[in-house]
Design a protein around this ligand. Structure first.
Ligand code: PMP
Length: 343
């Protein structure tokens, strides 16, 4: 597989927009090059379009070289990015596991790319062979999500590697919830698989969903193409500053992840004791998929107490299911209290 042949021709030929800050890269000076306001107020200057300082820090934390890091306005930007870079509208298609994260399909629809969901096996297991059978010569992208949303569990690592080895296009593995899983990330295998794109995010374990920062780790050529296609200043200045500050010390996040994982197991055990609950799947993420007798009734019962969970019962493969995010110990106790008293 030649990586270069997988990019859309217009993207291979693209001359990207060059910002004022691409022409001059010094630190101090009188900046009269970008038609900004000269009055300092904390956000009068354009931010670094290449997010150099952030990438250096992320490289240290993740153990991945900067040229393999793409930073997006949420991982949703990176998901859209791979369609824009690899898929010719109305020609190419994308294959994905199902059920999974809804944006893979929405981004396909926006980019006018055929989307092919392949149901997971019972227990939300991945069958690599079945997934590969759904691909054809026009399949450019395969989407996997591990731990998967909404099921919560990791995909079998060997099955994922089979897809990576055998699919001659791009395999995007969404690791939004990997910090809760206690397993090694696929970023350690980027050297081995030039066709691998790993998505991660600061929205979950890192506690910064409001900032909108997601990551794609991939071969430098892929990162380069995606960077040419993104909006020049996709990560705004205050976000870059605040994120760098937060990344200076990661110990609080590590403690929070340990607490959430312990709470997840407690919540799972308590939910399984409830009369209305039929099944709670094992989770490697910060949420639980819970099958109940009457999802609408349980959902409304929680809403009446102003506790909001996600009703996933109309999704194929998740019939009867609610998805409950693990909260603080108090919040989790509250869920159990309410459901214990469910009439
Ligand atoms: N991937 C998965 C699997 C998700 O569940 C979500 C959000 N629910 C995202 C990506 C989006 O993350 P971000 O906030 O980085 O856009």
């Amino acid at each position: 597989m030649e990586l270069n042949d997988l990019f859309r021709k217009n993207i291979r030929d693209l001359a990207p927009y060059s910002t004022a800050r691409d022409e001059y890269r010094g630190d101090i000076g009188v900046y009269l090059d970008a038609n900004e306001s000269p009055y300092e107020n904390g956000c009068n200057r354009y931010p670094d379009p290449h997010q150099r300082l952030l990438k250096q820090r992320i490289a240290e934390i993740k153990g991945v070289p900067v040229e393999r890091i793409f930073i997006g306005n949420g991982s949703d930007e990176a998901i859209d990015g791979v369609y824009r870079v690899f898929c010719e509208p109305r020609v190419h298609n994308a294959v994905s596991i199902a059920p999974s994260y809804g944006m893979y399909r929405v981004a396909a629809d926006i980019n006018d790319v055929e989307f092919r969901p392949v149901p997971l096996e019972p227990g939300f297991r991945l069958d690599a062979r079945k997934l590969l059978d759904a691909t054809d010569e026009n399949t450019r992208l395969v989407f996997l999500c591990s731990p998967n949303n909404p099921s919560g569990s990791l995909l079998d690592a060997e099955e994922v590697r089979t897809v990576l080895r055998e699919f001659p296009g791009i395999v995007a593995v969404d690791e939004a919830y990997i910090d809760f899983a206690g397993t090694e990330s696929l970023v350690r295998s980027l050297d081995e698989y030039p066709n691998l794109v790993v998505f991660q995010t600061f929205s979950k374990a890192w506690g910064m969903a409001g900032l909108r920062v997601g990551l794609a780790f991939a071969h430098p050529e892929i990162v380069d193409r995606m960077s040419r296609v993104k909006y020049p200043y996709n990560i705004n200045g205050p976000t870059q500053t605040l994120l760098l500050e937060r990344l200076a010390d990661t110990s609080a996040v590590e403690a929070q992840v340990r607490e959430l994982v312990a709470e997840r197991e407690k919540l799972r055990a308590a939910l399984r004791e409830l009369d209305a609950v039929r099944e709670v799947w094992p989770s490697d993420a910060n949420f639980l998929l819970v099958r109940v007798d009457d999802p609408r009734k349980t959902y409304d019962r929680l809403i009446a107490e102003r506790v909001i969970v996600r009703d996933r019962s109309r999704i194929a493969g998740c019939e009867g299911c609610l998805r409950i995010t693990v909260g603080t110990p108090d919040e989790n106790r509250r869920v159990i209290e309410i459901l214990k008293n469910e009439a």
